[in-house]
Design a protein around this ligand. Sequence first.
Ligand code: F0G
Length: 352
Amino acid sequence: RQPWPGLIEQYREYLPVSDQTPIVTLLEGNTPLIPIPAIAERIGRQVRVFVKYDGLNPTGSFKDRGMTMAISKAKEAGAKAVICASTGNTSAAAAAYARRGGMRAFVLIPDGYVALGKLAQALLYGAEVLAIKGNFDQALEIVREMAESYPVTLVNSVNPFRLEGQKTAAFEIVDTLGNAPDWLCIPVGNAGNISAYWMGFCQYHQVGKCDRLPRMMGFQAAGASPLVTGKPVPHPETIATAIRIGNPASWEKAVAVKSASMGNFHSVTDAEILDAYRLLASEEGIFCEPASAASVAGLLQVKDQIPTGATVVCVLTGNGLKDPDTAIKHSQSQFKQGIEAEIKAVAEAMGL
Ligand code: F0G
């Protein structure tokens, strides 16, 4: 069997690259599509549910799919530095790929709202990290303007190569299932990924790799749900800091995806997100970050709308290890500390 060559080589014929493009890759992609039977059972009616566990990419999130493309194309164009705004994952991926490609990486993050693991990654990969007194939307506005007047290439998802790379997740799902799922449930922040998935499914449909298209179900956190309410949220708030975004850059694209796919946007509360987050870990053995659990929280919220026998894929966008603080903070009841180092005390603490 051939080893996995990374997603650009795997899907070269569907991507805007040529023999001149220097491929910067960490062999991202090829992530597992894992059945989640305990959650499927809660829905019943022979519904099959899988998660696309993109937290197993090299830097731990789906951003690697977009970044291998964006950085390869930036390098091809002779860029010496890239810049992005980020709630954390984009900064980690941009840093890793830019440094691997021999470029500087500047990342703007909302001060105090980036999960610990993501910050650690960006720093160690060698990014120049600028924490601003503002939220993601403000950071994005700044970097968009900076990329126009300074010699830095913007690698947020408004860079079209990002979506080209990210669409390959849809290819992988179809390659594994043999067709598109009936439903795709996905967390939505800046709305790049939902747009990318739809591009991927449509492209595969066009070349006959699947004979249907999924209903695209986008889920936002209740405190940051502009696509649900229809207007920007000036002060977005949610425990799922990855999707703490009030004015998505790909707003129009996402609305077009909703209508073309007969899908919908819904909001899920932080409590629903945390329930799904714990459920995935404790019943399925899958540790994702809180924002990713929004896809499963959303599925459980609208489960009665799923047709009998349908196939559903929930996208788990990021690895749980990204945000150890949230995991520990919300597991206190299981965590018995300060136990004497002797069998009797341990047995007692175990309730034996
Ligand atoms: N899930 C995770 C784990 C994310 O990091 C993001 C976005 C999303 C979902 C939403 O994807 O923006 O394409 O709708 N994170 C960006 C970042 C904003 O900076 O890392 P989207």
